[in-house]
Design a protein around this ligand. Structure first.
Ligand code: PLP
Length: 474
């Protein structure tokens, strides 16, 4: 009874939250101290009724929530959650399947198999590619590069899973200078230190230069993995995958593509040209919690080498019973054993959107990003720093007089303070920038216009010197 009451309460609270999403302030007003006070206190001495706990949790936490699923949240690269995926996540929690082995949840295993095949089809990857459902693109990069490490060392006569890295042939990792930090994080976990990574030159949009890669590849014969990128986290730019694949083929290097959000361009006929050559790569990684608009957390890894992928990940123990029919054993493809059954929400997203729905979502976000840039560009003191090829827009304030970095930072602070929209800051070519990512299914033209107006208002206030610092902002 208590469980049903708590679920009913959560459903009511969830519905209210969803209904308020469009008009809630995008960034919360509660201070750190207020949140600690509201959520804190001593560990309860004994049990409290479940529904009461849920009500109190919601009351205390809500003032500290960022409306990341709202239509004017443009921070980081954050997808909203399409309705079917939220409902599927709730069921996933109710079902509570530890999706490591088929025997723990046949449905979780089969749903991964089906959703994995749909994703391979949607993204135009090789039909026999392997798939892993992980927490996010960081772990997807890690998993793919662990498969790369396995395969490159296997070809060199070394069993890294058995014999480790000490005494192993030296591995080389080559990345573009605009590599995402999670690739470096993944390589670090795999025994390749940040200082050992070879970085090659990129162009003004952050795209790896093939001639720089060619020179780096020619420098040594060591087993090599090359990490390219589809969708620069600032500019949205794509490395030229096809040209890079020509080079990695020639040098027998493993080609990995980090496509945390940019990989979804493959689902759009208008944008697919940006990922030309994707079908030739050895592995790639993306996030469902970004552009597929699945709730956090949900990352995806694909490899063209199932045996290497499985060898790098799978573990066995007497009690970890494998099924005789040889179904998909989810833990063979991920670094974790016990794990949430992430496949259900991905399945729900693909089923509710369909092929055309994913393409529409991606195309619409790109169209809205172009609208954002066009509106902002009309303001004489605003410069758009990147070519808006995808869903990312980099905005800089260039005042007639004074420090452009300080003006950009101050304008961003004012935008965040107004709370009509939320965007974060970054640096691009040594310049401060406001960073916009349009990644949410529910964002409309009106949301873009309201947000652009808020940014323009802030820029004008900075220009006229009418600013004052409020508390509680990041
Ligand atoms: C290009 C790129 N790679 C990797 C990541 C890491 O993804 P996650 O934080 O989901 O693990 C991101 C996150 O924004 C990204 O933009």
């Amino acid at each position: 009874m208590a469980e049903e009451d708590a679920l009913g309460r959560a459903l009511d609270l969830g519905r209210d939250y969803i209904a308020s999403r469009r008009e809630r302030p995008v960034w919360p007003s509660a201070t750190l101290t207020a949140l600690r006070d509201a959520l804190g206190g001593a560990l309860p001495a004994g049990p409290i009724d479940a529904a009461e706990v849920i009500t109190a949790l919601s009351r205390a936490a809500e003032p500290g929530l960022v409306t990341t699923t709202g239509p004017r949240y443009f921070g980081f690269v954050t997808g909203g959650a399409v309705p079917a995926t939220v409902a599927a996540e709730w069921l996933t929690a109710v079902w509570d399947q530890p999706a490591a082995l088929y025997v723990m949840s046949p449905a979780a295993s089969v749903v991964e198999e089906i959703a994995g095949a749909w994703l391979i089809d949607l993204l135009g990857l090789p039909a026999d590619a392997s798939v892993g459902f992980v927490t996010g693109c960081h772990m997807a990069n890690f998993t793919a590069l662990a498969a790369a490490r396995h395969e490159l060392l296997r070809r060199a006569g070394w069993d890294v899973e058995a014999d480790g890295l000490q005494g192993a042939p030296r591995l080389r990792a080559i990345v573009g200078d605009e590599v995402h930090v999670s690739v470096i994080g993944a390589l670090r976990l795999l025994g390749i230190g940040a200082r050992q990574v070879v970085r090659v030159a990129v162009d003004d949009q952050g795209r790896m230069k093939p001639e720089a890669l060619a020179a780096a590849l020619a420098e040594a014969q060591d087993p090599t993995m090359v990490c390219a990128q589809a969708g620069n986290v600032n500019s949205g730019a794509f490395d030229p995958i096809d040209a890079i694949a020509d080079l990695t083929n020639r040098h027998h290097a493993w080609l990995h593509v980090d496509g945390a959000f940019g990989l979804w361009a493959a689902a759009s006929s208008a944008l697919r040209q940006h990922v030309r050559g994707l079908e030739r790569v050895d592995s790639c990684a993306t996030d469902a919690h970004k552009w597929l608009n699945v709730p956090y957390d949900s990352g995806l890894v694909f490899t063209a080498h199932p045996a290497a992928h499985r060898a790098a990940m799978s573990l066995s123990a007497a009690y970890l019973t494998r099924s005789p029919e040889e179904p998909r054993e989810p833990m063979d493809w991920t670094p974790e054993s016990s794990r949430r059954a992430r496949g259900f929400a991905v399945y729900a997203a693909l089923r509710t959107l369909g092929r055309s729905g994913v393409a529409d979502l991606v195309d619409r976000c790109c169209r809205l990003a172009r609208r954002f840039a066009a509106r902002l560009q009309q303001e004489p003191t605003i410069r758009i720093l990147n070519e808006v090829v995808l869903n990312q827009v980099l905005v800089r304030v260039v005042p007639q007089a004074g420090d452009a970095d300080a003006a950009t930072r101050e304008a961003l602070r004012l935008v965040q303070e107004e709370r009509i929209c939320w965007l974060g800051g970054s640096r691009w070519h040594g310049m401060e920038a406001m960073r916009i990512s349009v990644s949410n299914w529910s964002t409309t033209e009106d949301d873009i216009d309201r947000s652009a107006d808020s940014i323009i208002r802030a820029v004008r206030r900075v220009q006229s010197g009418q600013t004052s610092r409020a508390s509680g902002m990041p």
